[in-house]
Write a protein of this length. Structure first.
Length: 412
């Protein structure tokens, strides 16, 4: 292979990393170099942009150690049989890039993944060595996310958790049989075993009330995974069921959804076209409902056609349209759990309503001050001076509240 300069390697390996969506930097512990020691920080405003739950933007250097891979997963652009330009960073090059980008204020952390080279243990050793060098040699205190090689020795997974803020092992596909068919060298049981080890490590790192000596930190940002949408024919309800089981079984911080994108020289077993991008968006909205609004996966799937979420309306609105007998909801008396199910009301708006109604009886205009759009809320609530009447049961309500399909804007 011709020797590539660092700029060319960065171009190849940053582009190859774009298919992995699980690079959020939220939930980690706070570190900085304010005291004059070390370099970097896990906080601040800022190439890959990840957003924390409180809205902060964190810029990450998102790269692969290499896009060489001995695996031949049909859906992966970097598979062994793929005809793509290959490159590989050395550990020192990864470290130097991270530090130099940070010093120029381009990034605040590193997202490092890799194709599997030689074997799983060797690849994981290289990833861990990069993180270890940053932490111990350069006292780097910024954010580090490492992608796990699930087949690697458990001792390497344990070491990764000591140096990284977050770890992730991708389940890849909602159906186990699809993973066995499209990625024959991967074993879902091995992936789950690695995820289980991370969960145990995170739990063990939580100090007890009586512990005088705190245990060493282990992946304080937890772990995440990614599901490819539209590659194996699984409907949305099946994808959400898999996500719910992963949240419950492995304590994941996030499940990321990545719409399948056709790749050059693709296998004939893969779809010829990509799914609508709106489908990925609806899955993220449904995921949010499960994590923050008290919905279960079966509830979100109620009334769906063929197990697919409605692309015309968001999942909460679709659920409300299917459960009109539970509305309208009295904003002055309804429990918080029911207010969270009102279309147009977010978590912050509901908490404000619950707080304010202790001191005064809410009118519609009061609700309007606490939420972004009172028009979305009108059909679903009652207030001191407002009742929707027949609006809640109107036959054309969906048409009234649907925002319509997004339109691509033109530059000309």
């Amino acid at each position: 292979m011709a020797r590539l300069d660092l700029r060319k390697k960065l171009s190849i390996l940053a582009d190859a990393a774009k298919y992995d969506a699980s690079c959020s930097s939220s939930g980690t512990s706070k570190r900085d170099s304010v005291g004059g020691r070390g370099i970097g920080s896990t906080e601040g405003m800022g190439i890959c942009h990840a957003y924390t739950p409180d809205g902060r933007c964190v810029s990450l250097l998102k790269i692969l150690l290499t896009n060489f891979c001995i695996y031949d997963c049909a859906y992966c652009i970097n598979r062994a049989s793929s005809n793509v330009e290959r490159a590989r960073f050395s550990v020192d090059e990864v470290v130097d890039l991270t530090l130099n980008f940070y010093r120029r204020n381009y990034i605040e952390g590193l997202f490092l993944s890799s194709g599997v080279i030689r074997n799983s243990d060797y690849t994981m050793e290289q990833l861990v060595l990069a993180a270890k060098t940053l932490r111990e040699v350069h006292d780097f205190r910024g954010y580090i996310h490492l992608k796990l090689i699930p087949e690697a020795d458990p001792k390497l997974v344990e070491m990764a958790g000591l140096y990284a803020d977050r770890l992730s092992a991708n389940i890849e596909l909602p159906r186990d049989e699809a993973l066995a068919r499209l990625a024959p060298q991967k074993d879902v049981a091995v992936i789950k075993k690695a995820m289980g080890q991370v969960r145990l490590g995170v739990q063990a790192a939580k100090p007890g009330k009586r512990d005088k000596i705190k245990p060493p930190k282990f992946a304080p940002g937890g772990q995440s995974t990614q599901l490819i949408v539209g590659a194996d024919g699984a409907p949305d309800t099946e994808i959400l069921d898999r996500s719910a089981s992963l949240y419950g079984g492995y304590g994941l911080r996030r499940v990321y959804y990545s719409a399948f994108s056709p790749i050059p020289d693709a296998s004939s077993v893969l779809p010829l076209s990509k799914p609508p991008l709106m489908r990925e968006h609806r899955l993220y909205q449904a995921d949010w409902l499960m994590r923050f609004y008290g919905f279960s996966a079966p509830e979100i799937g109620e009334g769906t056609a063929g197990g697919m979420l409605d692309l015309a309306v968001d999942p909460k609105l679709a659920w409300a349209l299917n459960r009109r007998e539970q509305f309208p909801v009295d904003v002055n008396r309804a429990p918080r759990e029911m207010l969270l199910r009102v279309p147009g009301l977010g978590v912050k708006a509901v908490d404000r309503i619950v707080s304010v109604r202790r001191y005064r009886t809410l009118r519609l205009e009061d609700v309007g001050r606490l939420t972004r759009s009172v028009d979305k809320v009108r059909p679903w609530i009652t207030a001191l001076d407002w009742t929707p009447g027949a609006l809640t049961d109107a036959a054309d309500l969906k048409a009234r509240v649907a925002t319509g399909a997004p339109q691509q804007l033109s530059l000309f």
